[in-house]
Design a protein around this ligand. Structure first.
Ligand SMILES: Cc1ncc(COP(=O)(O)O)c(C=O)c1O
Length: 375
């Protein structure tokens, strides 16, 4: 093989996908409870998605950001309306890491400071600044220790207040549910304290919604449960249902300056057409409500399995924590029960991130498989 081998691969080659299912080249059918890592939001090969992208491709697929792209304006209006986020502007890029990189950059331009507070067990992506605020020494190089970053525990109010009072903090970044870290989340009291501390110390609050955004948690954005308004909201994954696209919502109190940010491909016509069809489908098919309801159904159903210690997460961003490491169970689920699931930094946790249109019958398939495994 001539590929740079960075991924521990499962030996399956998908050639087709529809709805909540993936098919491999041998014709096997798999239930997708992983959503290609929380990416598939409206389902594989959705008709609205195909139509929107192919129609757009027939017209124009790409042009430079130095020429007006009215699809970005349309998307921005629709996104604010549907997410119920008021007074933000949109900057578009291509991935989650890039969205976070831009978010940190915007915060530093605005605050004229450079220190960042991030949280233990966080994951924010693989670019330099994103890795600098990611708490995993295994994936960090020497280069990623140049930024001034302080990692705190969720709930550690004293350290938060102490660090912020030093007046050198540019931004505080948090995941409303830690995806790669293993589905832990801060409570409302702590998130509201972060907001207050940011206001008092001229710090930008960044809510990394790359994984938890676009309806995955049963709200449009995961932070909305806590009734706060972040200054900057990076997003990606579910936004394009597989089309590589990212974006940053920026509170209008933060002023743009010509040339401050930029991207060649960000927000191109095809990317916008993908996101527009995702937004329309989320609305038409009531997918945020489905995410919420299926999350409740899932929790109720799996609470009957004794070997599950904790069920973490919300909506369709869920984790089943067992009292053993789940690596072998994941293999059995794929190769014997034809079900894709995800892992995380917590080796005992099975991650569940299905398309948002999953139904209870499909969820039951995982329950039956776990029962057959004697759990
Ligand atoms: C919360 C969070 N932020 C950022 C990223 C990085 O996104 P990308 O892989 O698109 O760069 C991820 C990816 O898993 C993520 O979960």
């Amino acid at each position: 093989m001539s590929l740079f081998k960075v991924y521990p691969l499962y030996d399956i080659t998908p050639t087709k996908a529809k709805g909540c299912y993936v098919f491999d080249k041998k014709g096997n059918k798999y239930l997708d409870l992983y959503g290609g890592h929380a990416v598939i939001s409206i389902g594989h090969g959705h008709k609205n998605y195909l139509k929107s992208i192919t129609n757009q491709l027939d017209k124009i697929g790409f042009y430079s950001n130095y020429i007006v792209n009215d699809l970005q304006e349309k998307l921005s209006k629709k996104l604010l309306k549907q997410s119920n986020c008021k007074d933000y502007d949109l900057f578009m890029c291509n991935s989650g890491a890039e969205a976070n990189e831009n978010a940190l950059q915007i915060a530093s331009f605005h605050s004229k400071k450079s220190k960042i507070i991030a949280f233990k067990n966080s994951f924010h992506g693989r670019s330099n600044a994103a890795l600098s605020i990611t708490d995993n020494s295994d994936i960090k190089s020497q280069m990623n220790s140049q930024l001034n970053v302080k990692f705190l525990n969720f709930g550690d109010k004293e350290s938060l207040i102490e660090e912020a009072s030093k007046k050198d903090v540019s931004s505080i970044i948090f995941e409303s549910i830690q995806g790669v870290g293993g589905l832990d989340e801060p409570n409302t009291e702590f998130v509201q304290l972060i907001r207050k501390i940011c206001d008092e110390n001229d710090i930008c609050l960044i809510a990394d919604e790359v994984q938890s955004g676009f309806g995955r948690t049963g709200d449009f954005f995961g932070f909305q449960k806590h009734k706060i308004k972040p200054d900057i909201i990076p997003m990606a994954k579910g936004m394009g249902n597989g089309f590589p696209v990212g974006g940053v919502l920026i509170d209008r109190k933060i002023k743009a300056k010509k040339g401050m940010l930029g991207s060649t491909f960000g927000g191109n016509h095809l990317a916008c057409s993908a996101v527009l069809s995702v937004l329309d489908t989320i609305k038409e098919e009531n997918l945020i409500q489905n995410s919420k309801e299926m999350g409740f159904y899932f929790k109720e159903k799996f609470s009957k399995i004794n070997s599950i210690k904790t069920i973490k997460g919300r909506g369709l961003m869920l984790g089943l924590e067992f009292d053993f490491e789940v690596q072998n169970l994941r293999k059995k689920l794929i190769f014997e029960h034809n079900i894709f699931t995800g892992g995380s930094a917590n080796k005992k946790l099975l991650r569940i991130l299905p398309p948002l249109n999953i139904n209870s019958t499909q969820i039951d398939l995982l329950f039956d498989a776990l029962k057959k495994e004697g759990l």
